[in-house]
Design a binder for this molecule. Structure first.
Ligand code: NAD
Length: 313
């Protein structure tokens, strides 16, 4: 895909991150929002984030902060923003109605080559893109928060999305240093969240049954399973833990099935268990917003160092 004219629709948390990732890859980015103040706040915040990244030697790409900033411009005029767009990444709030409204507007102003991609976490491509004139050019590119540090992007087509749209989006994501995967069809929750929800529900049930505390269940992941999972998926982990995956199934299949039959029902995700997990995760009387911000900064620092390590391996 030729360089230039990436359009980001919605300049919130995810829109800002996408803008930074595209600019780090040398692409010209137009950042659009309906709220004028949101655009100027986004540009200010992006510069601040880039300067922090530069200080800690974590700025992505080969361009310096000023060069990357000069690639990003803001706008509140949709039609003008879309002129010459080769790729549009939508990042408005997670509402089917809102996304359909903005897609039908965009559909009027783009040519047959422009790719229209949504950041949705869990809305169905079929429901979002049905009926659009440019449906063949529509796709979901679901990032993981924060996309600047976590490179996975799930690509999910609408049934009418043409193969070239998937391939071009895949290549573009590789080009900007993300790690795309292709789903061949949509499934509720895509893949990352289906895996994540399986883990969250079993963590919930173990706490609910009094087997382990909320803090300790998190340690099982961060000091145990997660150590491997930063480098290997569950299937290759199994493959390496025996003489190949088939051998793993022969050795451990019966035991796994026995344990799986003891899994409980889908949790309610409300009530006393939610209260007690929430309480366990706060750190005493300290201001809650400060706690969240400090832990998020720490998480981002860990993730960026991990990303560096993975690149070196
Ligand atoms: P956000 O609330 O931070 O930002 C949304 C932005 O969209 C705001 O700046 C708002 O002013 C703007 N907006 C609202 N209506 C608009 C319109 N009609 N036209 C243009 N701009 C409009 O939301 P977010 O967290 O950045 O999420 C955006 C999308 O990314 C959602 O679909 C979400 O599910 C998805 N996503 C979020 C995360 C996450 O962790 N936050 C992770 C992956 C995907």
């Amino acid at each position: 895909m030729q360089k230039g004219n990436i359009v980001i629709i919605g300049s919130g948390l995810i829109g800002r991150s996408w803008a930074m990732v595209f600019a780090s890859g040398g692409f010209r980015v137009k950042l659009y929002d309906i709220v004028k103040e949101q655009v100027s706040a986004a540009l200010e915040d992006i510069r601040k984030q880039m300067e922090e990244l530069k200080k800690s030697d974590m700025l992505r790409g080969t361009l310096n902060v000023d060069e990357q900033m000069s690639l990003i411009s803001g706008s509140t005029e949709l039609k003008e923003t879309l002129e010459g767009a080769v790729f549009i990444q939508e990042c408005v709030p997670e509402s089917l109605e809102l996304k359909r409204k903005i897609f039908s507007e965009i559909d009027l102003h783009i040519n047959d080559e422009t790719i229209l991609s949504s950041s949705t976490s869990c809305l169905s491509p079929t429901k979002m893109f049905n009926g659009l004139k440019h449906v063949k050019k529509c796709i979901v590119a679901h990032p993981v928060n924060p996309p600047y540090y976590v490179p996975l992007v799930e690509l999910v087509p609408h049934p009418e999305t043409e193969a070239a749209t998937v391939e071009k989006t895949y290549e573009l994501m590789k080009n900007i240093g993300q790690s795309p995967v292709k789903l061949t069809k949509e499934t509720d929750g895509f893949v990352l969240n289906r895996l994540q929800y399986a883990v969250i529900s079993e963590a919930w049930r173990l706490v609910e049954d009094g087997v382990i505390s909320p803090r300790d269940v998190d340690i099982v992941m961060s000091e145990g399973l997660g150590m491997r999972y930063a480098f290997l998926g569950p299937l290759e982990t199994a493959h390496l833990n025996a003489e190949g995956f088939k051998s793993y199934c022969e050795r451990y299949g019966e035991g796994i099935k026995r344990v799986l039959t003891t899994f409980g029902p889908v949790p309610e995700f409300s009530g006393q268990v939610a209260e007690s997990i929430d309480e366990a995760l706060w750190d005493g009387e300290l201001n809650k917003e400060d706690q969240l911000n400090a832990r998020r900064d720490w998480r981002n620092a860990c993730l960026s160092r991990l990303a560096k390590l993975k690149n070196e391996m």
